[in-house]
Every structure is written in C-alpha cells, then in structure tokens.
Write a protein that binds this ligand. Structure first.
Ligand SMILES: [Zn+2]
Ligand SMILES: [Zn+2]
Length: 279
C-alpha cells in the first residue's frame, strides 16, 4: 500500500481530465439508470481514485480483461452491457413497465408497503449480472466484492447523499452456511462500501438463528414463512438510520424480516441496498 504525497498529488491532477472523460461517456450512453450511475461516477471520480490508491491491484475489467474504466473493475463497454433497473419503484426498486416514470410507487407497495423504507439496487438480476453474482456467491470469486462495493457506493451517493445511514448491516448467513461457503458475500460488499462512504459496518448486530433453505425457486408466501423468526438481535440497536446490505433482493422477504426486527428494536429508518433486484 503506497499513499505517498506524490501519488496523492498526481491523483488530484488527474481528477479534472477524468471528469471530462466521464462526462463525454455519459453523453454517449442513452440509458437512464446507467446515465445516473455514470454521472455519479463523474461527480465522485476523485473519491474513487483515492479508494483505488488503497489497493494494490490496477482496475481490470472482470468481464473482458481490458483496463478498468476509472477505478472500476469494469471497462466502459462492459458496464454499458449490464442490465439497468430504471424505471423502477421508488419504494421497493422492482422494475416498472417501460413508460412509467422512474421512482413511481408500484401497485404492490401502494397496496401493502414493505417494512423497509427504501430499496436501492444497481442492476436488474439477469444476464451478465446474474452470471457475475453466481461467480461471486457460489464460485469463490471474492475479488468481485471490490467492484460490487464500488458500484453500490456510487449508486447510494447518487440516490441518498443527503441522507446516508449511520450503520450498514450485512444480511448474516447461518453459521452452517458460512462454514460451507467460507465467507459472507454481503459482508464482503459492505466492507468495501463502508470504506468508500465512511459509514460503519455493523456485522455483529444480528445473527441468523434458522438455517433457511435457499429462497430461489420458492413462491412469495413460502418465502415469507421460510424467513419468519430467522434472525435475532445480539445487542441493542443504537443507530436511528440503518441500511441492510444484500446481494440480490428477490421478493424482499428476507430483508423485510430483518427490517421488521430492526424497527421493532427502535430503528427509525431502515433502507435496503442491494447489487441486483429481480423483476
Ligand atoms: Zn470489459
Ligand atoms: Zn414497489
């Protein structure tokens, strides 16, 4: 790790050129959610640059091996290929039908609002995003935590800069699943995210006391039953505003159960931040 003064000065000098490059790229990309993300990257290029100085490996595209775009482990072309989420619900982040305004509240949330306050996600869970998340979660490709943490940090800055949470709470794995996998993918992302945003990661606040079977493939009602009472607090909640960190939000049953627990323990606001959201 080298953070000598010359390298820091060099990073400041490149920030202007970087912003121009990013702005030009934003103009070339005709996709709403990607435009939001890339504009956010332009605004905070300096911060991402500092983040990159903290790690020993140069940014390299995880999909094609080309040099990364800015400090991301993705090149500009591959980033443009990833499935965006907009337009999506302003409460649960579920994709809305094309033509709906981004941020409108979906019928399901109007009818039965979820227990969390707001869900943010970077991408739609399909195609290349689905493949990368499978590599990260099931095939030990742990280096992807850096990319996912960076992307989620930029999305969160862009969407909620004036209202960042006091603590990040990664969804815990049951000890038996943790032993099997060797790592908790949500915690790995939360660590990168916490460093990038300057927000504490609270990985010991909740534990998973029931080893629930995987949620994928279950119907909504079955998922709700599946996760009921799955979590337990290990100590009192001290923060008023928390963000739950998850890799993929599907029906929202797991993060909903966790949000309910945190709110019952006194949290005023509980958001959910995820890499991807299913439709
Ligand atoms: Zn690439
Ligand atoms: Zn909704």
């Amino acid at each position: 790790m080298n953070r000598g003064p010359e390298r820091v000065a060099a990073s400041a000098a490149c920030a202007g050129a970087k912003a121009d490059k990013l702005k030009a790229a934003v103009a070339a990309v005709n996709h709403q959610s990607l435009t939001r993300l890339t504009t956010a990257l332009g605004r905070s290029g300096g911060r991402l640059l500092r983040l990159a100085l903290e790690v020993a490996y140069p940014p390299t595209c995880v999909l094609c091996g080309a040099p990364g775009w800015g400090e991301l482990d993705l090149c500009q072309g591959c980033l443009a290929d990833l499935p965006g989420l907009a337009p999506s619900c302003g409460h649960c982040a579920r994709p809305l039908a094309q033509g709906m305004p981004d941020g409108a509240i979906c019928g399901q949330c109007q009818h039965r609002p979820p227990p969390y306050d707001r869900c943010l996600a970077c991408f739609r869970y399909q195609g290349l995003v689905r493949k990368l998340m499978g590599d990260f979660k099931f095939r030990q490709r742990l280096a992807l935590a850096r990319l996912f943490g960076q992307l989620l940090a930029e999305t969160a800055r862009w969407e909620s800069e004036s209202c960042l949470p006091e603590q990040l709470v990664p969804v815990p794995l049951h000890p038996s699943r943790l032993r099997q996998r060797g790592y908790n993918q949500s915690l790995e992302v939360a660590r990168v995210l916490g460093r990038a945003l300057g927000v504490d990661v609270e990985s010991q606040l909740v534990e998973r006391v029931i080893a629930t079977p995987p949620q994928l493939g279950l119907a909504r009602e079955a998922r709700l039953v599946n996760v009921r009472d799955a979590f337990r607090l290990r100590h009192p909640v001290t923060a008023g505003h928390l963000a739950i960190i998850d890799d993929v939000v599907t029906t929202g049953a797991t993060v909903g159960e966790l949000a309910r627990l945190l709110k019952a323990a006194g949290a005023r606001r509980v958001d959910v931040w995820a890499i991807a959201r299913t439709g």
